[in-house]
Design a protein around this ligand. Structure first.
Ligand code: SF4
Length: 198
């Protein structure tokens, strides 16, 4: 039977639409009750963890073999957030961990340099802490002039710095953001933003 291009497109769009509608009608649960089939869990020690990718914070179970190597990662059905499901990115977390192209050491490029150097993590943490303190000390405002409402200015205690800023990543969840803003506000940082708002 000869099928025209128009007939083919009409048939496939109808079939895809019907399949999508049927899929949407099912609850996306991993318990197998009317939803996605429960995926077989590979044997090993089960370690509860969180998806590293976004601030939804889906719970996962990492399966670890006797050598401590992660052999599988699946959604945690006990989590009220994702109820065992993971989006395609979260479902691919295993390859994030088991990836020989993943950088696992600190790379540092000195000012003016054209190449990266490997540095120990302790060195990098110390360097960040030193530069943070140095920048804050050199640019800290204890007082700042503010309008007094009568056309003049009045000095007010502000205890802040405009020389430091923090831009968070989407992977930072509520708990991390809470601790993060406490630290930066204690330092006097006012430019504090999270990637999720951008
Ligand atoms: S990337 Fe996907 S699986 Fe991971 S936390 Fe976000 S929504 Fe959940």
């Amino acid at each position: 039977m000869k099928v025209t291009r128009r007939q083919f497109l009409k048939f496939t769009s109808g079939a895809i639409g019907a399949a999508a509608a049927a899929d949407l009608a099912r609850p996306a649960k991993a318990d197998g009750a009317g939803g996605a089939q429960k995926a077989p869990i590979k044997s090993g020690k089960q370690v509860p963890t969180l998806c590293p990718y976004c601030s939804v914070g889906c719970a996962q179970i990492a399966m670890v073999d006797e050598k401590g190597k992660i052999i599988d990662i699946q959604g945690n059905p006990d989590s009220p957030i994702n109820e065992g499901t993971l989006c395609p990115k979260g479902a691919a977390t295993w390859q994030f961990v088991n990836n020989d192209q993943r950088w696992t050491r600190v790379k540092y490029r000195a000012p003016g340099s054209d190449h990266w150097e490997e540095k120990p993590l302790d060195w990098a943490m110390q360097r960040i802490a030193e530069l943070t303190k140095q920048t804050r000390d050199a640019n800290f405002n204890e007082f700042q002039g503010m309008p007094d409402g009568k056309g003049g200015t009045v000095k007010k205690r502000v205890m802040n710095t405009y020389a430091l800023a923090s831009l968070g990543g989407a992977t930072m969840d509520n708990e991390w953001n809470y601790a993060h803003q406490k630290l930066f506000h204690a330092l006097g940082v006012v430019y504090l933003e999270n990637q999720a708002r951008i």
